[in-house]
Design a binder for this molecule. Structure first.
Ligand code: APR
Length: 309
């Protein structure tokens, strides 16, 4: 019996894209096609990653290109094309430029890989997911965004650092848009099932939630020339792996809502089951009145961006 090799295409060979391609190859997820408009960049970075495979004992073939031919029949496509933030910019400042880029890129992706799952990383994330859904015409379960995995990764890092436990033992959920209006859910944060409040004061938890909310800008202010890429890339690859390997992982994902949480026709971060069918199920968890109000605010912020398009 022959084992089918997966194909993952990463669009945008900048900081996030090249790092995601590298992690895909390191995890031996399949062959990786790296696409960018900049001539030579995807070719050079792709070849460099490919040349690390003998050292890593990996079997992934990695190819960089400026065209979409080689992306044909991709199983998963991670879209990172676009401009990143600089200090003083919000994710929403990227709206118009990145909407144009994500639209044109998605049209090509959909043409060459009509059965692919699309994971959007380009910001502003929630609005870009809607652009990609419209441009691809794909069913909602195959167009999703990476934000919650990253936001909870930041939150879990800070909690693990504070409490002194393995980050993997910290389970956390955040809802809402990727940005200032994200909705942290301390009541769903546990250390192996033990409520987080057993380990940390309310004040400290609030500080950590705030730091996680502003986790992106913290990195932008250090880097000055761009935004975070190691953790975003790792988070997008975790989602790709859950789909390719049908892992049924429960993760916060930017997913299309069609009535869940009382919202329709909008992308928002919610807990989902990720598997071979993509977003296989959106999980509706009970929320307090305050959390519901925050989620509504988050949804309105995403709506206003989509309207601005
Ligand atoms: N097609 C393909 N690639 C494109 C296109 C396009 N139409 N337009 C731009 N690109 C490429 C650029 O040439 C560049 O190589 O996208 C890449 C973006 O890389 P960086 O500038 O390094 O940005 P990065 O840090 O990777 O962030 C990309 O992800 O996290 C988000 O907010 C971030 O929207 C930004 C995106």
């Amino acid at each position: 019996m022959s084992i089918r090799k997966y194909k993952i295409s990463v669009i945008g060979a900048g900081n996030v894209g090249a790092t995601a391609a590298h992690i895909c190859a390191m995890k031996d997820l399949g062959d990786v096609i790296l696409v960018d408009i900049a001539e030579g960049i995807p070719q050079g970075k792709g070849l460099d990653i490919y040349e690390s495979m003998p050292v890593e004992a990996g079997a992934s073939r990695v190819i960089g290109t400026n065209s979409y031919d080689l992306t044909k029949d991709s199983d998963v496509v991670i879209i990172t094309a676009g401009i990143p933030r600089k200090p003083g910019m919000s994710r929403d400042d990227l709206l118009r430029t990145n909407a144009g880029i994500v639209k044109s890129v998605t049209e090509q992706v959909a043409k060459y890989s009509p059965n692919a799952h699309i994971i959007i990383v380009s910001n502003p994330l929630d609005a870009m997911c809607m652009v990609a859904k419209r441009a691809s015409g794909f069913p909602a379960e195959r167009v999703m965004g990476m934000a919650g995995v990253l936001d909870t990764a930041r939150y879990r890092t800070f909690l693990s650092q504070e409490i002194g436990v393995h980050p993997d033992d910290i389970h956390a959920l955040l809802l809402g848009g990727h940005g200032d209006t994200m909705v942290p859910l301390p009541s769903y944060t546990t250390v192996q099932g033990i409520p987080i409040t057993e380990f940390i004061s309310k004040e400290k938890l609030t500080q950590i939630v705030d730091r996680a909310k502003n986790g992106g800008i913290e990195i932008v202010n250090f880097l000055k020339t761009g935004s975070a890429y190691y953790a975003p890339a790792a988070s997008s690859v975790e989602m790709a792996k859950a789909i390719l390997r049908d892992e049924k992982k429960v993760r916060p994902v930017c997913a299309y809502l069609s009535g869940q949480y009382g919202f329709k026709d909008v992308y928002l971060g919610v807990p989902v089951i990720l598997g071979a069918k993509g977003v296989e199920k959106i999980l509706e968890v009970p929320l307090t009145a305050d959390e519901k109000a925050l989620l509504l605010k988050s949804k309105e912020a995403v709506d206003s961006l989509i309207k601005a398009l």
